[in-house]
Design a protein around this ligand. Sequence first.
Ligand SMILES: Cc1cc2nc3c(=O)[nH]c(=O)nc-3n(C[C@H](O)[C@H](O)[C@H](O)COP(=O)(O)OP(=O)(O)OC[C@H]3O[C@@H](n4cnc5c(N)ncnc54)[C@H](O)[C@@H]3O)c2cc1C
Length: 416
Amino acid sequence: MSKKVVIVGAGIVGLSTAYYLNKAGLDVTVIDGTDGTDNCSYGNAGYVSPSHIIPLASPGIINQGLKWMLNKKSPFYIQPKLSRDLLTWGWLFKKASTNKRVKAAIPVLNELTTKSQSLYEEIIAEEGIEAGYHKPGLLMICQTKEALKHEIELAEIANQFGLDANVVSKAETERLDPNVNYDMAGAVYFGCDGWMTPNVFMEKFKSLLIKRGIKLDFNTELQAINTKGEKITEFITDKRNYQADDFVVAAGSWSPTLLQWLKLKLPLQPGKGYSFTIKNPPVSPKLPSILVEARVATTPTLDGFRVAGTMEITGLNHNINERRVQGIIDSVKTAIPEYQSYNFDDVKPWAGLRPCTPDGLPYIGSTKTFKNLFVGTGHAMLGWTLGPITGKLLTQNILGQSADIKSNLLNVDRYF
Ligand SMILES: Cc1cc2nc3c(=O)[nH]c(=O)nc-3n(C[C@H](O)[C@H](O)[C@H](O)COP(=O)(O)OP(=O)(O)OC[C@H]3O[C@@H](n4cnc5c(N)ncnc54)[C@H](O)[C@@H]3O)c2cc1C
């Protein structure tokens, strides 16, 4: 009889884990408290980004963050509150924001992102999933010389890791993307990046998993976890109890709440981001671009022109702050002149919660306390990119195989 695994969380991480476990011949069930049609893995910008090798916690970010806190339309905000979890997270974030820690994190992120990109390409080719995956391309559009200088430094680091990153002028940018006339000082073009329409991929991926015999139990909320000694015995949900040999927590920003029931403290904060998709845009870029100063990501998706941004640490809620959405709109108007007279009144903002660790590296693997409990979360701004590699690594952990990537920096219990 094949080993049974139950996964909580039907985002890209949970579904990718289910895919690889099923391929290895295991009996897999995924449970999710929602109807499974909208989580953080749906409305994101869809970048599959080897270019993103610098973790969020990095030198200079705290000073920059403090300046942004004073601006109600800025791309970053932490709601000050006397919460022990938030204070601990902030303290650990500060500790991680050093050159030494960033230097150690870069090769790990580089290996994770490049391997995950290859896995996406393999899944798309093998399973015939059409979700508008394109490569190459990501433009980092800088409107000021100062931002460009910083991006050039990052491109040099990327080049050292074999990533294809080139500084391009306005004329070269217009050759790469003739559809848009950016207001810019210069750009960096990452030929290593890819993108797709995440919501389309998610729907097709779910259908594939069902066809492969994976059980997807939606509207099924995990409410407690039973244990015996060093083992998890049952997931208790509002529908029924699930017994299995192994259990996986891939519940995104909710993961710490679930693990707290087991007295496992996972420092993690939800980083809220917004996106909206313009169905019939006045200008549709050919390539995705990050408007660097505003930290806004734009993507030509199968659904239209998607614009995403903002990192708000305000707890587990999907409340929409209209002023920050307006900040995103303003940045598009500033960078792309064709949008200056566009009426954004009809755009419907979407909000998603990125699971953010203090050091910008995800938690992937087993726990020391419970031998049959595995965790995959904390991917923050890279969760879409890192879904497949996380699923593959967790599968290798569960099967007791040597993992494709081994690093203590990814340990689930590195802060326990
Ligand atoms: C605006 C924005 C843009 C982004 N752009 C990109 C990008 O371009 N590239 C990139 O790599 N990443 C991007 N990201 C980040 C990425 O979307 C996330 O990191 C990723 O989707 C997280 O996936 P996940 O599977 O961990 O969690 P989720 O997708 O959040 O899934 C977790 C699931 O767990 C379920 N769950 C939680 N608690 C329970 C419970 N008790 N019982 C049952 N189910 C439960 C939830 O219902 C949810 O469905 C972006 C994020 C945002 C917000």
